[in-house]
Design a protein around this ligand. Sequence first.
Ligand code: FAD
Ligand code: SF4
Length: 472
Amino acid sequence: MGKATGFLEFERQELKYQKVDDRVRHYNEFTVPPLESDMQTQGARCMECGVPYCHRGCPVNNQIPDWNDLVYNGDWETAARNLHSTNNFPEFTGRVCPAPCEAACTLNLFESPVTIKQIEYTIAERAWKDGRVQPEIAKVKTGKKVAVIGSGPAGLAAAQQLVRVGHDVHVYEKNARAGGLLRYGIPDFKLDKHVVERRVQQMVAEGVVFHFNAHVGVDVKIEDLKAEYDAVLLAGGSEKSRDLPVPGRELRGVHFAMEFLPQQNRRVGGEPLGAVDPISALGKRVVVIGGGDTGSDCIGTSNRQGATAVVQLEIMPKPPEKEDKLLTWPNWPLKLRTSSSHEEGAERLFGVTAISFEGQNGVVNKVNCVKVDAKFQPIPGTEFSIDADLVLFAMGFVHPVHEGMINELGVDKDGRGNVKATEADYRTSVDKVFAAGDMRRGQSLVVWAIREGRQAARAIDEFLMGSTVLPR
Ligand SMILES: Cc1cc2nc3c(=O)[nH]c(=O)nc-3n(C[C@H](O)[C@H](O)[C@H](O)COP(=O)(O)OP(=O)(O)OC[C@H]3O[C@@H](n4cnc5c(N)ncnc54)[C@H](O)[C@@H]3O)c2cc1C
Ligand code: SF4
C-alpha cells in the first residue's frame, strides 16, 4: 500500500471540464486532462482493501488497487502493462465508462471514491505518449482463420486477442471505418476518433485485416464466410432501435437518435453522409425522447448544432438525488445523473410520455404528451404539448437486426431476440459460430463489450487449438 493515510489526507479531485460557453462551440473533447502528479496523489487515496470491491465492480476485472499503488509510486510503465493485461482499450473506458468500479469503491460509502477512471485514462495516455503501446506481433502462426463480423469494441477486442495468439483474423465491417458505436454513436466531444484510429492502426500492424463497406448478409454471404473460416464471431451490436408507433410518427423531423448522431460524427470525420437526408438541429426546438447515454449525446449534439431549445422526456419518475449507500453499495445505484450534456442546456421532464406528434405540410411541429403513473399508465387530465421541429428517439435498442445475417444463419435467439450463447463458451447454436457484445447480451456498455470480446476470443482459441493461454 502506497500511503497508509492517503485517504485521510487527500480529497477526491473531480474531473474538470472546459466552460460550457466554450465547449459548445466545438466538437472536440472538452475534459481537462488531469495532471500526472495529481493522479499520483489520487492514487495514494486507495486503501488497497483486502477485498477490493472496485475490482469486482469492474466488468473486465481491472486490477485497480495494484495500478493505483504503481501510479502513486510513479511506476507508469508497470501500471500500463498491468492495465493492458485486463483491458485492451483502457483509453476508451478511461473516457466513456460510467465507472461501476467507482460506485463499488469502499471509499464511496463516504461519498468520495478513488478517481479510478481518471487514473485509468492517465495511465493509458501516458503509455501512448511514451511510445509504449506498440504492436504485439505473434511469434508463431497457427494457420487457423477467424472472421469477426463487426468492428465495435467487442469485435476489436476479440480480433486483437486472437491475432496475438497467431490466428489470421479478418474483420468484416459494414461501415467505412472501424469502431462501431465508438466511431458512429458516441460523439467526438466524448471520444475523439483519433483515439479509435490509433488502436485500429496498432491492430493492422499486428496483422488484423479489415474489410470495410462489407455488410455481411447483404454484400457478403455468411455461408461463404462459414466455408472459408475455421471460426466466425458475430459482434454486430444491438442495432434495432426502440420505436414509438404513435399517431404522427411518419412526420418528417421525427427520427431515431441513430439516424441523427452518426451524421454528425461523419461530418466531423470528413466522411460523406451517403444517401440520406441531412438532419440538423440548427435553429430548431428539439425534443429528445429517452434518457440514458444516447439521449445525452443527442442533447450535446443538438446544442452544438445550434438548437434554440432542447427538452428531454423520460418516462421513468425522477430518481432521488442521492442513493442510500448502505442499501445500494457496492452495486450501481439508481439516482439522478446529470451528464455534461445536461449541464450544457436541456429541460428535463420525468414521468412523461409522448402520445402523438402533430405537424404542418408533413413536418412535425408539436409533441403531445401526458404524465404517467408508477405503472407507466397515462394520468387523465395531465395532457400537454411541446412545440418541436426535431424529435429524436433515444429509447434504447430492442435487439440486433434480424434481417440478413442472423436470419440467413438460422442461429437460435434468446427470449429478447439477441443471439443465444452463454458466457461459458460464447457458442451459438450453429457450428463454429460464436457471438459476443451487444449482439449477445443486448444493449450495454463499452466495457462489457470489451470483456465479451476477450472472453469470446478465449473460447474460440480453445475451440481451434484444444487449449488456450488467453485470459478469461
Ligand atoms: C449513442 C450512444 C452512446 C453510447 N455511449 C456510451 C458511453 O458513453 N459509455 C459506454 O460504456 N457505452 C456507451 N454506449 C453503449 C456502447 O457503445 C455499446 O454497448 C458498445 O459499443 C457495444 O459494442 P459492440 O462491439 O457489441 O457493438 P457496436 O459498437 O454496436 O458495433 C457493432 C459493429 O458491427 C457492425 N455490423 C453490424 N452488423 C453487421 C453486418 N451484418 N456486417 C458487417 N458489420 C456489421 C456495425 O456496423 C458496428 O460497427 C452508447 C451507445 C450509443 C448508441
Ligand atoms: S475499493 Fe477503492 S479503496 Fe479499495 S482497493 Fe479498490 S479503489 Fe482502492
